[in-house]
Design a protein around this ligand. Structure first.
Ligand code: ADP
Ligand code: ASP
Ligand code: MG
Length: 442
C-alpha cells in the first residue's frame, strides 16, 4: 500500500524575506522538513521600522510615472535591494533583463496591479534560485474573471493539475491574471490568500503562514504590551477578528482552506521553534477553557440612532430604514436594535458629506420621533467560542470598561454568540481593549 506523503504549503511574509539574512532563515525552515513542498513568498518587506516595503516603492514608481515624473532613482533603489539579496546569498543569477522589462512597462503606462505585483514576482525568482525549487508564475495558475473577481474554480482546476506534476514549487503570492492575460492583484496583504489557494489545490495537510510574530496574539501588540498568543482558534473566530482589524492574516485567506478543512499554522520565522497558532475548522473538536479567544477593533465608525415609540409593532420599519441605505449604495456594519430604537452602525467614510441626505431620507421613510448621527465611534469585538456556554461575559466586559468610566455607546451580540461588539468613543478605544484583555487574562 502506498501512503500519501505529508504535504505542507509554506507562505513567508514580507519581513520574513526582507533581506538576505531573512532568506537564510526561510530556507532553513523549508529544508528542515521534506514535507514543506510548496512555497509562497511575499515581496521584501520592512527591514527595520522606518523602512519601506518593496510593494510600496513599486506603487510609488507607478504614481510618479503617471504624473510624468522621474522614477528612475526609486527604481534603482528597488534593484539595489534585490541585487544585495542576490549578492549576499552568492546566487548565480542576474535579474537585469527582468528589471528592464518592468522599468519599460512602467514608462509605457503599465497598470498599477502589474507594477505592484512585480515585488512578489522578482522575490519568487530569487527564492526559487536559492532553494532550488522550480518557479511557477502565479499568472499561469491564479485566475480572476472579467469582473476582476477571483475565479476559485478555474484556479483550483488549473493549479491542482499543474502541481500534481511538481514535487516542489515556488509560487509568488499576491497576484494572478485576468482572462485577457493581464495581471491582477488581490488587495494588500494578499499573499496570504495565495498561500491558502495553493494549500487547497494540493490538498495540503497544513498551511503554514510564517510571519514576524509567534502566532495570533490575543490583541494587537501595538495596543496591549505582550499579549498572550492564542494556541488554537477556529476559522470563524479568526474571521471575526481579522475582519475587525487583527492584521496578521488577510481576512479572505480563510475561505479556500475552510472549503478543504485544512488547518493554518501561524509561525514566527525569527523563532521557528515556537508552536505559533493553529487555526482549525470546528470549535467542538477543540474545546477551550478560555472564555475569550481574542479582542480586535477598528476606529472610524458612525452610528445613526433612530427612535420611535412602538416601532416594534410597525410592519416593515426595519426594511424601510435599510432601503434608504441600499438606495444610497451604502453598506452598514451592524444593526443593534431595541424595542423603540434601531441603530445603524456604518463606516464614517461611507456617510461623510451625506449626513443631511441620510437624515432626510430616513425621516421620509419612517417618520421617527428622534434621529441622530454620532461619529468617532470605535468598535471592539470580543470573540470567543467559550462565550457560548459562559453566562455573564457581557457583564464582565461592561464592568471592565466601566471601572475607568468609559462609556459604552453601543452593544451588539453577534447572532452566532461567538462575539460581543461594543462601541466606544475613539479616545477610549485603546484603553478599553486593554481593560477587557486584563479582565479575561488575569
Ligand atoms: P507579513 O508581512 O508576514 O504578512 P503582517 O505585517 O501582514 O505580516 O502581519 C503581522 C503583524 O500583524 C504583526 O507584526 C503585528 O504587528 C500585527 N498584528 C495586529 N494584530 C495582531 C494580533 N492580534 N496578533 C499578532 N499580530 C498582530
Ligand atoms: N506585498 C503585498 C503587500 O505589501 C502582498 C503581501 O505582502 O501579502 O500588500
Ligand atoms: Mg501580511
Amino acid at each position: 500500500m502506498v501512503f500519501s506523503e505529508v504535504k505542507k504549503v509554506v507562505k513567508f511574509g514580507g519581513t520574513s524575506l526582507a533581506n538576505a539574512a531573512q532568506f537564510v532563515k526561510c530556507a532553513e525552515i523549508i529544508k528542515s522538513e521534506k514535507s514543506r513542498k510548496y512555497v509562497v513568498p511575499s515581496a521584501p518587506g520592512k527591514r527595520f521600522p522606518e523602512d519601506t516595503k518593496i510593494t510600496d516603492m513599486l506603487i510609488k514608481c507607478y504614481e510618479l510615472s503617471a504624473k510624468k515624473e522621474d522614477f528612475s532613482g526609486l527604481f534603482n533603489d528597488i534593484k539595489d535591494r534585490y541585487n544585495s539579496i542576490i549578492r549576499e546569498l552568492s546566487l548565480n543569477i542576474n535579474l537585469d533583463d527582468e528589471y528592464k522589462i518592468i522599468e519599460e512597462a512602467i514608462q509605457k503606462g503599465a497598470t498599477l496591479d502589474y507594477v505592484a505585483s512585480r515585488g512578489e514576482y522578482l522575490n519568487g525568482l530569487i527564492l526559487s534560485a536559492y532553494i532550488g525549487f522550480p518557479f511557477i508564475d502565479a499568472k499561469d495558475v491564479v485566475f480572476f474573471n472579467e469582473k476582476g473577481q477571483f475565479d476559485a474554480q478555474k484556479t483550483n482546476d488549473v493549479m491542482s493539475e499543474r502541481l500534481k506534476h511538481c514535487e516542489n514549487a515556488v509560487i509568488p503570492g499576491f497576484y494572478g491574471s485576468l482572462p485577457d492575460g493581464s495581471i491582477k492583484t488581490f488587495s494588500r496583504g494578499g499573499s496570504d490568500i495565495t498561500g491558502a489557494i495553493v494549500a487547497r489545490a494540493v490538498m495540503a495537510d497544513i498551511y503554514e503562514n510564517w510571519t514576524d510574530v509567534s502566532g495570533f496574539l490575543m490583541c494587537d501588540p501595538r495596543i496591549v504590551k505582550n499579549p498572550r498568543p492564542i494556541k488554537v482558534i477556529t476559522y470563524r473566530e479568526l474571521r471575526e477578528l481579522s475582519y475587525m482589524g487583527a492584521g496578521v492574516l488577510h481576512e479572505d485567506s480563510i475561505f479556500p482552506v475552510k472549503l478543504a478543512g485544512i488547518p493554518i499554522n501561524i509561525r514566527n520565522t525569527n523563532k521557528p521553534s515556537d508552536p505559533g497558532t493553529m487555526i482549525v475548522p470546528a470549535a467542538e473538536d477543540y474545546d477551550t477553557h478560555d472564555i475569550v479567544t481574542g479582542i480586535a477593533g477598528k476606529k472610524g465608525f458612525a452610528v445613526i440612532r433612530i427612535e420611535k415609540d412602538m416601532m416594534n409593532q410597525e410592519k416593515g420599519f426595519g426594511a424601510r430604514v435599510l432601503k434608504v441605505f441600499a438606495d444610497m449604495d451604502m453598506s452598514f456594519e451592524h444593526l443593534p436594535s431595541g424595542i423603540d430604537t434601531m441603530c445603524v452602525v456604518i463606516a464614517h467614510s461611507e456617510i461623510k458629506g451625506k449626513e443631511k441626505e441620510i437624515l432626510d431620507n430616513i425621516t421620509k421613510a419612517v417618520n421617527p420621533d428622534n434621529i441622530e448621527i454620532e461619529t468617532n465611534l470605535g468598535l471592539i469585538a470580543v470573540v470567543g467560542r467559550g462565550m457560548i456556554r459562559t453566562p455573564g461575559t457581557a457583564y464582565r466586559i461592561f464592568k471592565a470598561v466601566a471601572s475607568e468610566n468609559i462609556n459604552v455607546r453601543m452593544i451588539d451580540q453577534g447572532s452566532s454568540e461567538l462575539n460581543i461588539i461594543i462601541g466606544v468613543d475613539e479616545k477610549d478605544f485603546d484603553r478599553a481593549i486593554e481593560l477587557i484583555y486584563l479582565e479575561f487574562c488575569n
